[in-house]
Design a protein around this ligand. Structure first.
Ligand code: ZN
Length: 201
């Protein structure tokens, strides 16, 4: 850590208060700042404050075709497409991309929506809930080892830094049925987090 840098990367994880263990996990994460994929400024006046973070919910992108690129530039373009889909005035017309973080196929963790604000990722369950999207369609493809390793580290860091969070998948929390985050990522979550909205910390 550079001298003078505040532990917990507050620009990435506002409100985080990690232990030494959390700081060690954080240093293992390959974080990519939001400005790497977009220059669009969110319509902050239409966002709600997150408040205390208590939950994290795991999603997949779930596009009709598998997502197979490892390239940085192509991944940035893909995230910009998702942001455009979410913010299109003729479509969903959201104030910003719906999720807070994305995990790409090489294990990079991209900053999407600022964690200071509620996301738009599980209808009626966005308060106090970070949205993490793992890039791919996990009904059609399996997550890479780098993805599941990075996702696990991210969830462990957040649980440490926010003093215990409940981890769930979209389908476990949704009021209306969804296959998100896809059968193969759901299987990973079942095996490694015993989710169903149980605290794992
Ligand atoms: Zn979802």
């Amino acid at each position: 850590m550079a001298s003078g840098e505040i532990p917990g990367k507050p620009e990435f994880f506002p409100g985080a208060n990690p232990s030494q263990n959390g700081i060690a996990i954080l240093s293992s994460l390959a974080l990519v700042e939001r400005c790497a994929f977009t220059t669009t400024v969110p319509r902050v006046e239409n966002l709600l404050p997150m408040g205390t973070l208590r939950n994290a919910t795991v999603h997949h992108t779930g596009f009709p075709e598998p997502f197979l690129t490892d390239e940085f530039a192509a991944t940035a373009t893909h995230l910009l497409e998702i942001q455009t889909l979410h913010c299109d005035p003729a479509g969903r017309n959201w104030a910003d991309i719906g999720y807070h973080y994305a995990v790409d196929r090489t294990g990079r963790i991209w900053q999407l929506r600022d964690l200071l604000f509620q996301g738009a990722h599980v209808k009626n369950h966005n308060a106090h809930n970070a949205g993490i999207v793992v890039l791919g369609n996990f009904d059609l493809q399996t997550p890479t080892t780098q993805q599941t390793t990075a996702l696990t580290a991210l969830l462990n860091f957040m649980s440490d830094a926010f003093h215990g969070i409940n981890v769930a998948t979209h389908q476990e929390l949704a009021d209306t049925p969804t296959s998100c985050p896809g059968k193969y990522l759901q299987m990973f979550m079942d095996q490694n987090f015993r989710t169903s909205n149980k605290e794992f910390a």
